[in-house]
Design a protein. Sequence first.
Length: 264
Amino acid sequence: MKPSGIISLLTDFGNRDGYVAAMKAVILRINPRATLIDLSHEIEPQNVQAGAFLLSSQSRFFPAGTIHVAVIDPGVGTKRRLLAVQATEQFYLAPDNGLLDFCIELGIKRAVEITNHALWRQPVSNTFHGRDILAPVAAHLSLGKPLQDFGIKAELVRRLPALKFSLSEREILGQIVYIDRFGNLITNISSQVLREFAGEDDVEINIEGKMIGPLLSTYGSAGVGAPVAVIGGFDRLEIGVNEGDASIFFGARIGDAITVCKKK
């Protein structure tokens, strides 16, 4: 598969300090024709799980051959590996800290540890491998250099803890896996699982023991300031507050439990 020339960037850098611009500059010096897309730079600092969720859920919308560079890297400068992976029809470059766990389910076609120093920017900063290693590697990859030229063959090992999820006849137990900028609580319960579980029955949804009520079709189906459960844009069960912030309303955090029960 040939790279498309599109490179997406996902980081926890924010946009204040110029770190993202530095990565883009390094890429464009090597491949001025690259198309750069900001997937997000507003991941909570060091929140690898949130980054992994956003990368896995949004990268599937990109054209085949897109290169996704993810830099949420609490272990920067340590002996943790940097990986380049082809999974399905996409390429992923990231630290080996769980950001690419989802690639195991997708089906990995090739994976290498990035060890070829000749393709790195020199000198390499101990604190900015996104600029000095991942950015130039992404640029060279976008020009057609084969994945195996970047390093040695690698195996992916799951790094993040397994998500809470169980399904029985009576209930689904899941958890919050992401909180968007509106304060909506996105869960790991997919619309398909919810449909198959509920059928034609009504359901009741609660978070950490606080009842939400039934599943509704829109945020506006609830009164202003009231909590609402919907299937959101991530195609997952999502808890919001109409014209409000569910993370504040519930005091919720990533990892909190969500339960869906059939209404008695």
